[in-house]
Each structure stands twice: as C-alpha cells, then as structure tokens.
Design a protein. Sequence first.
Length: 254
Amino acid sequence: MLAAIAVTTAMDASGLSALSALPLCPLMGLLWYLERLPRQSVGLTWGRPAHYLAAVAYPLVVLAIVALVAKAAGAVDLSRTDWRKAGLNLALVSISTILVAIVTEEGFFRGWLWASLERGGLGAAGRIIGSSIAFSLWHLSAVTLETEFDLPRAQVPVFMVNAAVIGAVWGLLRALSGSVVVTSVSHGVWNGLAYVLFGFGTKIGALGIRNTAVFGPEVGIVGLAMNAVFALALWRGWRARAERGYHALASNHP
C-alpha cells in the first residue's frame, strides 16, 4: 500500500495524474505472484447476472437521487448542455474505466489487497473496511496536489470520507459476487455518470451544478448521505445472506 501511494503521489506531483492509476497494474501482478494467490481469491471470476444488476443499480440510483435533489433546490442549469457530447463522453468514460479498473484500482484494492488480507486471517467485514480505507488514502494526492481532480481544501475531508464509503459499497459487491469484474462495472458506470454529469475537481458537469460542496456525488454532503444509505442497505443485505448461509450450514451439520 505504501508503495502504491508513493508511486501515485509522485506521478500526481509530476503532472501525470491521468496515468497515476496505471502503476497499480504491475504492482498488483508482482504481489499476486509473490503471494501465489489463486485466481479466484483475487476476484478474477465473472459473477452472476444479479450481481451486475446490483453493480449498475448503485450509481444509477444514487446519482439519480442526488440529481433530483439538486433539481428541486434549483441548482441544476441545463442552458449550456450539449447532450450528444455528454452521452458520448459518458459511454467513453464508463467503458474505458471498466476495462482499466479490472487491472488497476479494482484489481489492486478489491483483488490483490482483498485476497492478501483474507490470507492474513481477516474476516469479510475487516476486508471491506481495510480495503476501503486504503482506497480512500490512495486518492489523497489526487485531490490535494495540483491535478485536474484537485479540490478546494474545505471539500477534501468530505471527499476522503466519501471515497471510503464508495469503496465500502464496492467491497460489499465484491463480497457478494466474489468478482472484481462486477465491481469494475459499477466503478465504470459511476465514473461515467458522476464525472460527465456532475463534473470533477473544479470543472462543471453537464447538469451545470456549481454548488458541488452540497450536491456533488463525491464531494458533496448530499452525495455522502446517499452513498452511506446505499452502503448500509447493501451491508444489511450481505449480513442477512451470510446469516442464512450459516444457519443452512448448521442445519446440515447438527
């Protein structure tokens, strides 16, 4: 983790923030090889159709609610929106993120790190929390140094908490599906919708929302609240499923 953060911070400081996730790929491969982890344990499996529905539902539901709240508050301005361009950008960001995340962010945090923590004896809840905190810390340099994602200082704490909560949602999807492909799909759709519609850093998105400190899905209070609600609902569903599995196992082995 320290190596990942150090390399990414160095690239962000050097003006290479657009490429700063790429070193996670060889680092993941090296650590995976050194620990001799099975492919299934790092999440390189497909998952079930229901898992993909949940993965896509997360960004669709949360971002739709945030947009509706912003619209009701009069914070949306569509007067300069080019929907054709926005649609093309959304598709491009979503697809490219899905493909890249499998071997970078998702492959590293919900793949290698997840499997390594499991080998170290950490339970599923611990893996969700640990990988989510690590995921948040890895993003710190991107929002504090001079990159295209840097934020006003007042928004950094909210973003860091939000990044951990979003990471927890993807961690729960990883626990449910066993697949980083599933989490990468969710990650890709999230990035496409969030960055194109709401913007990133100090850039305004297609919805024309300027008060992102309140209405931003990653840096805003409303976004944090909606992400937390979804994470809690997913957590309860995961715990209920785990308990059913435990009781079924106990009934088969009296």
